[in-house]
Design a protein around this ligand. Structure first.
Ligand code: ZN
Length: 252
């Protein structure tokens, strides 16, 4: 049976003379491959739809025996021309896509990944976003959306709201902050922990509440940015089992 679904085109390749395979992300199926037979010749069924970084409404079916997925036709919703023309922005989008692929997202979690990627591409297309922020903000936000969602504004021990004092730490494994009072009274965090300033904890809370549109012009104190980005990488490595190494995400 055919279904109509919105999809982001992640990768495209040709096989045989006129046929195309497409790697897609949709809100209900996650990432999967589908075939567009005759796709590279069809002027009518796939106008502008079979390019990476396109947002398309596809009619999706399956082969007679049900062993692979077929794209019947598509209507282009947006092809992000400015994002595609700018190699730096394309690189940011590809980095985000590689992360979603590496996470091996379940269909039940694909709605938030799809929305996050679409909003990120829309923000890049409108002219915002930088390499210094968007990739790690995207990783943080996807991890939070997947349910690894710490409360950065209270001490996980005593429940005290984070103030302005120095001497906070953040425990990666349980995803909780510890206040200087609890730490000095000998209640250390279990497992991997990092010292963190109250300002960085507030910035992490901002990231948690933010949407990609808010990342267009984000600015952070250099030290806050360093602490937040390092903590996000440790958090992602521990909870999602991934780290960025030499242009690829690796299972750790
Ligand atoms: Zn405390």
């Amino acid at each position: 049976m055919n279904a109509t679904e919105r999809a982001l085109v992640l990768k495209v390749g040709r096989f045989r003379e006129a046929d195309v395979w497409v790697k897609l992300l949709t809100p209900t199926r996650g990432i999967f491959n589908a075939f567009a037979f005759g796709g590279s010749r069809s002027r009518r069924r796939f106008v502008g739809c079979l390019d990476p970084l396109s947002h398309v409404l596809f009619t999706i079916g399956s082969s007679k025996r049900g062993d692979y997925t077929i794209l019947e036709e598509g209507s282009l919703l947006h092809n992000f021309p400015l994002l595609r023309k700018d190699s730096v922005k394309t690189g940011i989008a590809v980095n985000c896509i590689k992360f979603i692929e590496a996470v091996e997202i379940e269909p039940s979690e694909s709605g938030s990944a799809y929305t996050l990627l679409l909003e990120t591409m829309t923000m890049l297309e409108k002219g915002g976003g930088s390499t210094g922020f968007v990739p790690w903000l995207f990783r943080a936000k996807l991890a939070f959306d997947m349910g690894y969602n710490p409360d950065f504004l209270v001490c996980g021990n005593c429940g005290e709201v984070v103030g302005t004092a120095s001497g906070y730490q953040f425990g990666i494994e349980k995803g909780q902050a510890a206040c200087p009072t609890c730490l000095s009274s000998g209640k250390p965090l279990e497992g991997l922990a990092r010292p963190i300033t109250a300002g960085a904890l507030r910035a992490l809370d901002w990231i948690q509440q933010s949407r990609p549109a808010d990342w267009a012009t984000v600015a952070m104190d250099q030290e806050v940015r360093r602490q937040c980005s390092q903590l996000v990488e440790l958090f992602v490595a521990y909870h999602l089992g991934l780290s960025w190494d030499n242009g690829m995400y690796k299972k750790v």
